[in-house]
Ligand binder design. Structure first.
Ligand SMILES: Cc1ncc(COP(=O)(O)O)c(C=O)c1O
Length: 424
């Protein structure tokens, strides 16, 4: 197919007129569609309704703990074992908490900033301008959390294998203000890429080469088991790599069951070296006398030995949605040379790049006809996409028929914005 840029100007004018007409038709429909919600749909949540029966009057954990009572800041042993499975790390190196890994990330970054993670006086706030590296496009809440704590951000490019490690290394080895790097290593939000074994190994080595002696790898493995096809894409164990490079206390992993069971009522985990876990427990004791162990027990009983089976049931619901997104992009935009997109094998998002300077226009055109998309720039620090190109598509929450309609509108808006740009 001839790309849009290579078509004759008559052909382009005729296509533009056609797309304008289609857009006008859609405008009359008063739609209410949404592709911005990166959360599970109700049928996915229903896969875990049996959580409710998992306690059934038996409140004793395997070690005899009465889970209704206070205590147990590190979490129940069987729940830590569940986290160990997600994080690919020994259970002894895992803390099981409440419902939000994001809250645990806040705890870690805030502790690193104010008190330090190693109880030896090292703390980021002693630096002139503590800074975290943010691979882009990335997860908006990593950016807002970092900004909220007054920490600077410096962006590096995301590749198909993970962050551009040449950029990362040159920042980390020269500037003692660079205190860490955010990562979503598997089915990254939003590109869907999974880090290669070489990148995982280089990450684990990074704290040894950093100019800052309090440098950390923040490893948010939110989509550890969220495969759309089985077997899923493998991710090398950063724990094993950190043992090899002797950096266990500078690698901090996160995961949660938010998109495995109930997004608002799951269990979150941290994995790291013993010194870091001790420091975090010291902090936590000022905030809580213990996590919700009833929910921990419920999750342990419900998921033990059947995580893959459960994730296959999610995939059955999600795969057709991702297929609609990818098929529509290919059918409507393939060969036109006006957009590029990722083809994730898991996770929750598809990342779409339109022509430079067009993302805001596309998102506004969609909004004007009743299709809500993630705001332009959300996948970049401070909400500013320097090239104004990236659009994050979240296919999970919408029903299939809504998704189909929404994708037709989105692709129409991309064609229209691009053709109008060429016409001006
Ligand atoms: C990369 C990533 N990390 C963390 C979260 C939130 O996790 P939690 O619900 O455990 O706070 C999300 C949710 O979209 C996410 O995409």
């Amino acid at each position: 197919m001839t790309t849009l840029a290579n078509k004759s100007s008559e052909e382009r004018t005729s296509l533009l007129q056609d797309w304008v007409k289609q857009y006008e038709l859609v405008s009359g429909n008063r739609l209410s569609l949404d592709l911005s919600r990166g959360k599970p749909a109700a049928d996915q949540l229903a896969l875990s309704d049996a959580l409710e029966d998992a306690i059934d009057g038996d409140y004793r954990a395997k070690d005899g703990t009465d889970v209704r009572n206070y205590g147990g800041l590190r979490g129940l042993p069987e729940t830590r074992a569940l986290g160990a499975e997600l994080l690919d790390t020994p259970a002894a190196q895992v803390m099981a908490g409440g419902n939000s890994s994001l809250a645990l990330m806040h705890l870690v970054v805030n502790t690193a900033l104010e008190k330090g993670l190693w109880q030896d006086g090292r703390a980021w706030q002693k630096a002139d301008a503590p800074t975290l590296i943010t691979p882009v496009p990335g997860y908006d809440r990593h950016f807002t959390l970092t900004e909220a704590l007054g920490i600077k951000m410096v962006a590096v490019d995301m590749t198909d294998d993970g962050p551009n490690m040449d950029q990362v290394r040159s920042l980390v080895t020269h500037d003692p203000n660079i205190k860490g790097i955010w990562n979503v290593p598997k089915y990254s939000n939003p590109t869907g890429c999974t880090y290669s074994g070489a990148v995982v190994d280089q990450m684990a080595q990074l704290p040894n080469d950093a100019a800052a002696d309090d440098f950390v790898i923040l490893w948010d493995n939110a989509y550890a088991v969220h495969d759309l096809e089985f077997p899923g894409t493998g991710l090398a164990s950063i724990y094993e790599a950190s043992v090899k490079h002797n950096t266990e206390d500078h690698v901090i992993q996160f995961a949660s069951t938010s998109k495995i069971t109930f997004a608002g009522a799951g269990i979150a985990f941290i994995g790291s070296g013993s010194t870091v876990l001790d420091s975090l427990e010291n902090e936590l004791q000022h905030m809580t006398i213990g996590p919700d162990k009833v929910n921990q027990l419920r999750h342990s009983r419900f998921l033990a030995g059947r995580i893959e089976q459960h994730m296959r049931a999610h995939a059955e619901l999600l795969k057709p949605k991702f297929d609609v997104v990818l098929d529509t992009l290919e059918r409507e935009l393939g060969g036109l040379g006006i957009a590029e997109w990722t083809r994730p094998k898991g996770g929750y998002f598809v990342s779409l790049d339109v022509g430079p300077g067009l993302a805001k226009t596309v998102i506004q055109l969609a909004e004007n006809v009743g299709l809500t998309l993630t705001p332009a720039g959300a996948t970049f620090p401070h909400g500013k996409d320097p090239e104004d190109r990236n659009v994050r598509i979240a296919p999970t929450f919408a029903a299939l028929d809504e998704l189909t309609e929404a994708m037709l509108i989105l692709t129409l808006c991309i064609k229209l914005a691009t053709a109008q740009g060429m016409h001006d």
